[in-house]
Design a protein around this ligand. Structure first.
Ligand SMILES: Cc1cc2nc3c(=O)[nH]c(=O)nc-3n(C[C@H](O)[C@H](O)[C@H](O)COP(=O)(O)O)c2cc1C
Length: 356
């Protein structure tokens, strides 16, 4: 058997998978139906819980458990320190955004996020097989509680330095996110997100050489060639985000789903213009205007998320892709509209053939 297939098999045996394909946790885009479909197909389901209160986390998990006996991961962002407010600067951003949507009220930046500690408690109560982190590392006390409950910790990283830190903090697996990835970049230090953009082809082998724990590859993987390449580079499994967004089970807004099909790799861009944290989306007219030299710099995360909320809501209601937050990885045009189970099965069949 090919060495890459053996490594993938070991990973699957350890995590009760039939194939080494993971659905990426995607906050705001983690419908239970998608996880049920992926887990029933033999892969790993996932929920990005960033914006969910404990009750919603419990409900998500019980719906998924009612639909599949397969495994899933629950994911949280490690909170940043509270950002400093700057009313003058927020005023400039609000004036800019008013050209794209409704007037933005002065208090729009007062966005609250669910309480992180309560979310962590909910994770311990739900006790999924896997919990994952992004944007940093879980506090040691929480890691100890996870381990006591037999819950595995997958740490998302985007550099070799972060991978080493994750292993030292007790992570069981690292998920190496290449800069091709859709959605927010998982950098521990938000300020370095644009400077430390490492492509997956360089990141995976470097991380595999740097740590002893298994490595999952993510970012721009959406077909059999990508999965085979990731495993060849030393990954034990591949994680797919954007590639699932056009499946019926993902329930993605149709305007977003259709736009993914039309987007070339160079048609995406990393910017802070939606939330204040760097993330890769389709380079819409808004993204281009808001990143132009004459536009005000975005407010810090999560203030910018609050400032853009009304404009994004308008975009969704009016099916205007240029006013929506359309996250997309560089392989977004490879996303297919087939049921997720068919995608998982055909990608793995193709990757297996390539490696046999
Ligand atoms: C809509 C969307 C939301 C995301 N939300 C999260 C999240 O909440 N937590 C996280 O760790 N990663 C999140 N990501 C990043 C994914 O986990 C993964 O790194 C990325 O999707 C891989 O790249 P790909 O989209 O090209 O497959 C998100 C990605 C997308 C597209």
């Amino acid at each position: 058997m090919h060495q890459a297939l053996k490594r993938a098999q070991t990973f699957c045996d350890r995590f009760n998978l039939r194939l080494p394909i993971l659905q990426a946790p995607m906050a705001g885009a983690s419908s239970p139906s998608l996880s049920i479909a992926v887990a029933n197909a033999g892969g790993l389901g996932a929920c990005g819980c960033l914006l969910m209160q404990s009750k919603a986390i419990f409900e998500w998990a019980s719906e998924v458990r009612a639909g599949t006996k397969g495994p899933f991961q629950l994911n949280l962002w490690i909170p940043d320190p509270k950002p400093e407010r700057n009313a003058d600067h927020e005023g400039q951003v609000r004036a800019f955004l008013a050209q794209w949507g409704p007037e933005v009220p002065p208090d729009a930046g007062n966005t609250g996020l669910p309480d992180f500690d309560a979310q962590c408690e909910a994770f311990l109560d739900v006790a999924p097989p896997i919990v994952s982190s992004v944007m940093g590392l879980y506090p040691p006390e929480f890691v100890t509680k996870l381990k006591r409950k037999g819950i595995t910790w997958f740490a998302n990283i985007s550099t070799v330095t972060e991978a080493r830190a994750a292993e030292a903090a007790g992570a069981d697996v690292v998920v190496a996110q290449g800069m091709e990835a859709g959605g927010h970049r998982g950098c521990f230090d938000a300020s370095r997100a644009e400077r430390e953009m490492v492509g997956l082809f360089a990141l995976v082998p470097a991380v595999v050489d740097a740590v002893r724990i298994p490595v999952v590859a993510t970012g721009g993987i959406a077909d059999a060639r990508g999965v085979a390449a990731a495993l060849t580079l030393g990954a034990s499994a591949a994680q797919i985000g954007t590639g699932f967004l056009r499946c019926p089970e993902a329930k993605t807004h149709p305007t977003w789903a259709n736009a993914l099909a039309e987007t070339l790799p160079e048609g995406t861009a990393v910017s802070r213009v939606f939330s204040g944290r760097a993330g890769r989306s389709i380079a819409t007219d808004y993204v281009k205007a808001a990143t132009a030299p004459d536009a005000p710099a975005p407010a810090p995360y999560p203030i910018q998320r609050g400032l853009t909320a009304a404009f994004r809501e308008l975009g969704g209601k009016s099916n205007d892709v240029h006013r929506m937050q359309v996250w997309a990885g560089q392989s977004s045009a490879m996303a297919r509209t087939d049921p997720a189970a068919d995608i998982v099965a055909s990608i793995w069949r193709g990757a297996h053939d390539l490696l046999s």
